[in-house]
Design a protein around this ligand. Structure first.
Ligand code: NAD
Ligand code: G6P
Ligand code: MN
Ligand code: MN
Length: 435
């Protein structure tokens, strides 16, 4: 049977994953081992106990364990699912608030906040992969740990383990479109291109027919109220019709930070002003309530509240990917993978978020039409930022770190980049031994 290790098993998302694993029929799952650090042990124990109730109330069975012994869990696993957060939500809250002090977008995965998170996370991810490669080189490392695209690229560049990066946004966009069109997601196929949290759905096909213009019309006509935003963590915003006419693709909701920077910044500052706090602060409250519900012995199904987390449905992609790899199902999925020839405007060895063919051998990116000029520059610039960030994180190189921030389109000037970098390095010193 299949053995899965979940790194960051104490995450409040883990029950969604367990529930997804209980729903698949064709994967013979033998055991799931949650792994966390000692600081996360108490949370993990609550998660383990609740997940065990989910298993007990299902007609599928597998062994569920929880441990802080990562070594043992890695040695045993066919799949290692990475979903940890270095420094926890407190570190995320700092990532989001430091840039805001300088009037710069404060977000956990894009801009200066994502940069800070990458500096903390890349060394831990590389160490995990090194250990896995040494113990168990045949295992698959499936990465959700954010910033997911950069973490996946760091793993591919610096470690030998087989890695595929995931995000819940592409499938969420697909499902939102399917719902709007009243068709099953199975008959929809979407041509995504770009990077993690910087992607575009270029073509939408229903049973092979290109219906992109219809979807764009639909997006233009949605009133502010009617918009079912595709992820819970990004403030609801519609796309202006003039924008969708100029760049006729469906933008990933994270594009709001790049293309409506002023609006998003005002919203973030207003949330500080009105006491709501940054998203990390809001998530802390959701999480506290989730853990309360998990501890209730009467609770034997997934809490509705989980849908208020931005990562909802992450388990759907995780399960689909493991199925395709384990059962050699040739299936097309949008994943973070080595570019090869998929995007003509990026080097072959950079990681991109595109449709790939998945089977027992792994994920191979599908070659796409040329990247439209309208988004080429942004994609190339953010990729350069990502590569500089990875090098800075690995080498503890201050110059590269500053250059990375300077290259990020959300950071406006060298003076501000310098000040933000100072704050980030100071406030994260405990997590940045490389600097
Ligand atoms: P969280 O703050 O609850 O962290 C999860 C767990 O990681 C915690 O229990 C913590 O103790 C543990 N942890 C911290 N450092 C660790 C380490 N070195 N080794 C092992 N465990 C460690 O975070 P969360 O909100 O549940 O999210 C978890 C991760 O998954 C984050 O990186 C988040 O960004 C990511 N995520 C990504 C997507 C995606 O689309 N790629 C979707 C959902 C979540
Ligand atoms: C999703 C992103 C994930 C991210 C999550 C944050 O949109 O794809 O990568 O982890 O949102 O959600 P949260 O509830 O933690 O703000
Ligand atoms: Mn994501
Ligand atoms: Mn077209």
């Amino acid at each position: 049977g299949i053995r899965i290790a979940v790194i960051g098993g104490g995450s409040s998302y883990t029950p969604e994953l367990i529930s997804g694993l209980l729903d698949v029929d064709d994967l013979a799952i033998e055991q799931v081992t949650l792994v966390d650090i000692p600081e996360g042990r108490d949370k993990m124990e609550i998660i383990r106990a609740f997940c065990q109730r989910l298993i007990d109330h299902s007609n599928k069975k597998f062994i569920l364990q929880a441990t802080c012994n990562r070594h043992q869990a890695l040695a045993d696993a066919d799949f290692v699912l990475s979903q940890f957060r270095v420094g926890g939500l407190n570190a995320r809250a700092r990532d989001e608030s430091i840039p805001l002090k300088y009037g710069v977008i404060g977000q956990e995965t894009v801009g200066a906040g994502g940069f800070a998170s990458a500096l903390r996370t890349i060394p831990v991810a590389l160490e995990l992969a090194r250990e896995l490669e040494e113990l168990n080189p045949a295992a698959w490392l499936i990465n959700f740990t954010n910033p997911s695209g950069m973490i996946t690229e760091a793993l591919l560049r610096y470690q030998g383990i087989r890695t595929i990066g995931l995000c819940n946004v592409p499938i969420t966009i697909e499902r939102t479109i399917a719902e709007a069109l009243h068709v099953s997601p199975d008959v929809i196929s979407i041509d995504f291109l770009g990077l993690n949290h910087l992607s575009f759905a270029r073509h939408v096909y229903v049973q092979g027919k290109d219906i992109t213009p219809l979807v764009l019309e639909f997006l233009k006509n949605m009133s502010q109220e009617a918009v079912k935003n595709s992820v819970a963590n990004i403030p609801k915003e519609t796309w202006a019709p003039y924008l969708l006419d100029a760049v006729p693709m469906i933008p990933n909701p994270y594009l709001q930070y790049y293309w409506n920077t002023d609006v998003m910044l005002r919203k973030q500052l207003a949330d500080i002003e009105n006491g709501k706090g940054t998203r990390a602060i809001q998530v802390m409250a959701i999480e506290a309530e989730l853990f309360k519900q998990y501890q209730n012995p009467q609770q034997v199904t997934l809490p509705e509240l989980l849908m208020q987390r931005g990562g909802a449905y992450y388990s759907t992609v995780a399960v689909m990917l493991m199925e395709s790899l384990a059962l050699n199902k040739r299936r097309e999925m949008v994943v973070n993978v080595k570019n090869d020839q998929a995007l003509d405007v990026l080097p072959a060895d950079s990681v991109v978020e595109v449709p790939a063919v998945i089977d027992g051998r792994g994920a191979r990116a599908i070659t796409m039409e040329p990247v439209p000029l309208e988004v080429k520059g942004l994609i190339q610039q953010v990729k350069a930022y990502e590569q500089l960030t990875i090098e800075a994180a690995v080498e503890g190189h201050r110059g590269k770190a500053l250059a990375a921030l300077l290259t990020n389109p959300l950071v406006p000037s060298s003076e501000i980049a310098h000040k933000i970098l100072d704050d980030i390095l100071r406030e994260n010193a405990a997590y940045l031994p490389q600097f």
